[in-house]
Design a protein around this ligand. Structure first.
Ligand code: PMP
Length: 460
């Protein structure tokens, strides 16, 4: 495409490095420029409307144009736009948000440490694991187990915890101290003829072998998303987390639950930990914490971990960690208002009412010739695009069929996300049943177009 000089597209190409974008293709393709949003919809600069089937990046839970969040930010900007929590300073928005978070959070969590992104929340979770184990006189207990296809961020350490090759290649990651466990997708990684229960036993057995091989005395924590999101929306099989947790308890390994996507209602309960009966020692949250209206994240820790931190900081003189924007008052005020809205409007009750419709429309896609599996829970889901349903063979990457289906869906006015061979859906939590229909009607059009293309090319 030839972009007019001084057009928005030309200025974008001249200046911006786009995250998670094919940089070379962007030089000619240019950007899709969004200008405004309303409810579950966003509008581009030509005025075209899209249903935001990914809620931005799994995150705009309350949809676009929520005036109460704008007002909360304005009030706080006028009163005190910035203050900090370093050196004993404090402010009401951070205190009130911490109180509210702890009241909502899974049982056993006792203190909150704020940050600005999911990556930072996970990065500092790892640092707290190390700090704590130094405090309790177990300085060897430092390695962290993360899973294939897990996504925990892109900073040097959270990117190392992430279990996706593209995040490591050419960035010289992972750094040391990260161990890799299996992804719990029975569809993708089950062996021929292996039932779901046998699959769980096999991968939990692999986890135990890993722990023993590495020496449990060197392993500090295990990190997991209750539902793996960016790895392709992997919902764990029944019994998986129960068995994993029994193992971790046996070897005295902490559980970090990365609730960055699942937190605040995505799975139909407040936290994914409730949906999957996970009892975490550390929880990280971001995204839906502020409905993504402003960057903020948090790491929540249990009482024993905090007591260890107390002990260690007594020795060190100060807990020498924190960001300029840890607990930023404007971000905290917006997050607090977001959590109040969830409660006052019973957002979880709404999710529970519409999620059966979402899941039934999602699972109906499994009949489509290109769809090998439809999977999901609550208001999150994905379909796996295959060339051959029986053998589960995927298309060659060069054929680009999943990306083509997502692009065709976009042309039909619905935003969905291609992740390898999957297409993911994660709409705002406020979505109605009629809007769910619109979402999946658009996806079906996209799939039909991709199928027509695959047939024309003789691929199916
Ligand atoms: N954890 C999970 C589960 C995520 O999905 C993400 C972002 N997609 C992150 C961590 C990283 O968050 P951020 O992009 O805010 O650093």
């Amino acid at each position: 495409m030839n972009h007019l000089p001084n057009s928005t597209a030309a200025r974008d190409i001249a200046t911006l490095i786009h995250p998670y974008t094919n940089l070379d293709r962007h030089m000619t393709a240019g950007p899709l420029v969004m200008t405004r949003g309303e409810g579950v919809y966003v509008f581009d600069d030509s005025g075209k409307r899209y249903l935001e089937g990914m809620a931005g990046l799994w995150s705009v839970s309350l949809g676009f144009g929520e005036q109460r969040l704008v007002d909360a930010a304005t009030r706080q900007m006028q009163a005190l736009p910035y203050s900090q929590l370093f050196g004993h300073r404090s402010h009401e928005p951070a205190i009130e948000l911490a109180e509210k978070l702890l009241a909502m959070a899974p049982a056993g969590l006792d203190k909150v440490l704020f940050a600005n992104s999911g990556s930072e929340a996970n990065d500092q979770a790892a640092k707290l694991v190390w700090y704590y184990h130094n405090a309790i006189g177990k300085p060897r207990k430092k390695k962290i187990i993360a899973r294939t296809r897990g996504y925990h961020g892109v900073t040097v350490y959270s990117g190392s915890l992430t279990g996706l090759p593209a995040n490591h290649a050419d960035f010289d990651l992972p750094v040391g101290g990260v161990l890799r466990a299996d992804c719990p997708s029975h569809y993708l990684f089950g062996q021929p003829g292996e039932g779901e229960a046998a699959f769980v036993d096999r991968i939990v057995g692999n986890l135990e072998q890993l722990i023993l091989r590495e020496d449990p005395e060197t392993i500090g924590a295990f990190i997991a998303e209750p539902v793996q999101g960016s790895g392709g929306v992997i919902v764990p099989p029944k019994g998986y987390f129960e068995k994993v947790q029994a193992l971790l308890r046996r070897y005295d390994i902490l559980f970090i639950a990365d609730e960055v996507i699942c937190g605040f209602g995505r799975t139909g309960q407040m936290f994914g930990c409730e949906t999957f009966d996970i009892r975490p020692d550390i929880v990280t949250v971001a995204k839906q914490l502020s409905s993504s209206y402003i960057p903020i994240s948090a790491t929540l820790v249990s009482r024993p971990i905090f007591e260890g931190m107390l002990e260690e900081s007594r020795k060190q003189g100060v807990f020498a960690h924190g960001f300029t924007y840890s607990g930023h008052p404007v971000a905290a005020a917006v997050a607090l208002e977001t959590l109040k809205i969830y409660e006052e409007r019973d957002t979880i009750g709404h999710v529970q009412r519409v999620m059966p419709h979402f899941q039934s429309r999602l699972h109906a896609l499994a009949e489509h010739p290109l769809v090998g599996e439809a999977r999901g829970i609550g208001l999150i889901g994905a379909i796996e695009i295959v060339q051959d349903k029986r053998t589960r063979k995927s298309f060659a990457a060069a054929d680009g069929i999943p990306a083509m289906a997502a692009a065709a869906t976009l042309r039909h006015g619905v935003i969905a996300r291609a992740i390898r061979d999957a297409i993911a859906f994660c709409p705002p939590l406020i979505i109605s049943e009629a809007e769910i229909d619109e979402l999946f009607d658009g996806v079906r059009h996209g799939l039909d177009e991709a199928l027509a293309h695959a047939r024309a090319k003789g691929l199916v």
